[in-house]
Design a protein. Structure first.
Length: 388
């Protein structure tokens, strides 16, 4: 079935992106239930959860160096990676699964996700030269909603067997791959690259608007995943400081899920203003939230809730707009490679920032988010002083 309507293509990509990335965001539910017995189980679980991040970084780096989504039909790349990711995910169901097997499985899952998330954005950019910010707003919003899902399930106290959810996510990922692979042809603005030319990457980074957008995105990523990862702890600190009984997983879910709304809303607003304006406002606001976060631990409950929900909205609203700026300012033949390599570096940065926040959480808990302000500050400066 070939889809010609752009609106239907967007719908398919958004649904498929959500289904495909389910392989990623269910890790927090599945991994702790896996029946392996290793010394230092909590450390082993953290290593396994980090494995998907390292796999994604490795995958995006290789995909970028080989220009996979620019040389080959991106819809087919999406399908193949979704199918392989689904298959690798099923290895978690092996009897007497070992720690090493789980670690390799999660690493390879992250590796194949490199052919789903950035490639989905590449496909969207092949269909839209104008209004890309709106489309990517929905794509990133789907990812955000998936990231929030485990918190929602935890807030309900649901216990889902890991075998059931592992099988289900593999089926969902394969379904998403088939939707794109069979239902979305090459976009009208796709310009295929016939051979690998690494010089294209260095040429793009000499283009000031592209460089400013990339640095802005990296500043945003410095904050985003560390904030998402430690939101429950931040709420817990407030809960303990004020002797309250907050449903922590529910508030964490609402905080993250509002980001899905803000991504979509920011995409619509960008059509009337610009992606740069949305990114600048959002990044500035989230940077201010980092700086004032210690003081809000002493605020009234209503103010704390408003603050954390606001932060959850602005911390990610700039993500699709930065991706739009990157895609629009990249050389057309290298658009997929540009999105992939910038994603690769961005996710590598998240590992560093998460370690910093983890250190602050253990030693200076009220100030755990202060270090995150560095990313927005650097990103905002680059956007403001961007030259043509």
């Amino acid at each position: 079935m070939i889809i010609s309507s752009k609106s239907r293509v967007v719908f398919i990509i958004v649904i498929a992106q959500f289904l495909g990335t389910s392989l990623w965001f269910v890790g927090n539910i599945v991994v702790p239930q896996l029946p392996f017995s290793e010394l230092g189980r909590s450390d082993a679980i953290r290593s396994i959860l980090a494995g998907v991040q390292f796999g994604f970084i490795a995958g995006t780096l290789l995909f970028a160096l080989l220009a996979i989504s620019d040389r080959y039909a991106p819809s087919k790349v999406f399908l193949i990676c979704a199918a392989l990711g689904a298959l690798v995910n099923l290895t978690l169901l092996a009897p007497s699964v070992s720690f090493n097997t789980i670690l390799i499985s999660r690493f390879l899952t992250g590796f194949f996700l490199a052919g789903i998330y950035p490639v989905g954005m590449k496909i969207a950019s092949d269909y839209f030269e104008k209004g890309l910010g709106k489309v990517l707003g929905y794509l990133v919003g789907a990812l955000v909603l998936g990231t929030a899902l485990p918190h929602f399930l935890n807030s309900l106290g649901l216990a889902i067997n890991y075998k059931t959810i592992t099988l289900l996510t593999s089926i969902l990922a394969l379904t998403g791959g088939l939707l794109v692979g069979l239902g979305v042809p090459n976009g009208p603005f796709r310009k295929a690259q016939q051979q690998i030319k690494l010089v294209g990457l260095s040429t793009m980074f000499k283009h000031r608007p592209f460089k400013a957008a990339a640095i802005g995105y990296w500043g945003h990523m410095w904050e985003l995943y560390a904030f998402w990862g430690f939101v429950p702890l931040y709420i817990t600190l407030y809960n303990a400081e004020n002797a309250l009984n907050i449903n922590i997983p529910l508030l964490a879910f609402l905080t993250l899920s509002l980001g899905a709304v803000s991504c979509a809303l920011g995409g619509h607003i960008s059509k009337k203003t610009s992606s740069k304006s949305i990114a600048l406002v959002s990044l500035s606001a989230s940077g201010i939230c980092c700086l004032v976060s210690p003081f809000l631990l002493m605020a009234p409950l209503w103010l704390f809730i408003v603050f954390i929900l606001f932060w959850g909205a602005v911390v990610v609203a700039d993500s699709p707009q930065f991706s739009t700026l990157i895609a629009n300012n990249a050389i057309a033949e290298y658009r997929g490679t540009a999105l992939t390599i910038v994603n690769c570096i961005g996710f590598a940065i998240t590992i560093v920032s998460i370690q910093f926040v983890g250190y602050f959480a253990e030693n200076y808990a009220p100030y755990l988010f202060l270090i995150l302000a560095l990313g927005p500050i650097i990103g905002v400066i680059n956007l403001i002083f961007q030259k043509k």
